[in-house]
Write a protein that binds this ligand. Structure first.
Ligand code: NDP
Ligand code: MG
Length: 334
């Protein structure tokens, strides 16, 4: 059975009237939520670190940023939009003791709640309102009169009334203009981690690197390998995004389509799927979360070493040179 989708008519912004909403963190999501809610008629305050570019941005956008502690104290609804790996420390130091029964804690990703990094006081309702897109899109679609679809979920302390608040909040950021689906914290967190590890980030980059290396090791020019294994991914992804696999296969040549059906399954095999199941099990048991939390507590040394190593992969150097030949792609450097 397809999931129920909620729209504008299912949500009542009146539930947010007379309530102050604190947006903690004016980054990607924060700037979108804060401005959209304000434009929806809500009373919004912002917390940012003084002396940072995002603090300046918040001021430019007409907010008077406070500390996270002060904002939490003043607000009824507190949305925590800090980077996931700093949320637990800020929560303990500034948020927890300023929460009180009746207040609502909102997050846009359930990692810290699901993996018990917050000890949420009794009487506080925790909800998830997660736009399925980056913050700049949450803002730009809203300004155009549209919105980005959102997921909502009920966490610790939340009840039926909290679901109405979650829907009202989703309406305030434009989500119900596009459609809102209900999930659970566990489902949102586990599918999100799985997707980024197995397909979107981990799987895709491993596939690209292996393809590139295979061609270069066989004596082909690195430039050719870059075009075929990295550059053209975008053309295919755009087709998948617009019309799914059918549309992609309709658009490519019959030769490419036949190669897809007959060779693809030799690359992602039953063994690959067995490994996917192992990765999913690590996520569900909290093993990945424990590893990542400890890694950050230990100063993230191995994370930073991996980042350095990956940045030096030959495909990155070739790519940098080739992207300069294509000004229309708006090449980025980190
Ligand atoms: P960003 O890193 O873009 O923004 C976080 C902001 O918090 C930055 O402005 C940062 O300041 C600020 N900040 C850092 N530490 C503190 C502190 N101690 N006190 C006050 N402010 C602080 O994060 P995102 O918007 O990407 O992510 C926020 C949440 O939204 C996360 O839970 C994420 O999982 C979720 N989410 C993100 C999506 C996305 O596409 N980006 C999509 C859906 C959900 P500065 O950087 O200036 O130091
Ligand atoms: Mg995700």
């Amino acid at each position: 059975m397809p999931a129920e989708v909620y729209y504008d008519k299912d949500a009542d912004l009146g539930l947010l009237k007379g309530k102050t909403i604190a947006i903690l963190g004016y980054g990607s999501q924060g700037h979108g939520h804060a401005q959209n809610l304000r434009d929806s008629g809500c009373d919004v305050i912002v917390a940012e670190l003084e002396g940072t570019p995002n603090h300046e941005q918040a001021v430019k956008d007409g907010f008077k940023p406070l500390s996270a502690a002060e904002a939490t104290r003043k607000a009824h609804i507190i949305t925590i939009l800090l980077p996931d790996e700093v949320q637990a420390d800020v929560f303990r130091a500034e948020v927890r003791d300023n929460l009180a029964p009746g207040k609502v804690l909102v997050c846009a990703h359930g990692f810290n709640v699901h993996f018990n990094q917050f000890k949420i006081p009794d009487g506080v309702a925790t909800i998830l309102v997660a736009p399925k897109g980056p913050g700049h899109l949450v803002r730009s679609e809203f300004v155009k009169g549209g919105g980005v679809p959102c997921l909502i979920a009920l966490g610790p302390g939340a009840d039926d009334k909290s679901r109405k608040v979650a829907l009202a909040y989703a309406k305030g950021i434009g989500g119900t203009r596009a459609g809102v689906l209900e999930t659970t914290f566990a489902e949102e967190v586990e599918t999100d981690l799985f997707g980024e590890q197995v397909v979107l980030c981990g799987g895709l980059t491993a596939l690209i690197k292996a393809g590139y290396e295979t061609l270069v090791e066989a004596g082909y020019q690195p430039e050719m390998a870059y075009f075929e294994c990295m550059h053209e991914v975008k053309l295919i992804v755009d087709l998948l995004y617009q019309g799914g696999m059918n549309y992609m296969r309709y658009s490519v040549s019959n030769t490419a389509e036949y190669g897809d059906y007959t060779r693809g399954p030799r690359i992602v095999t039953d063994e690959t799927k067995a490994e996917m199941r192992r990765i999913l099990a690590e996520i569900r048991k909290g093993e990945f979360a424990r590893e990542w939390i400890l890694e950050n507590k230990a100063g993230a040394a191995s994370f930073l070493a991996l980042r350095r190593l990956e940045r030096e992969h030959p495909i990155e150097e070739v790519g940098r040179r080739l992207r300069r030949l294509m000004p229309w792609i708006n090449a980025k450097e980190v």
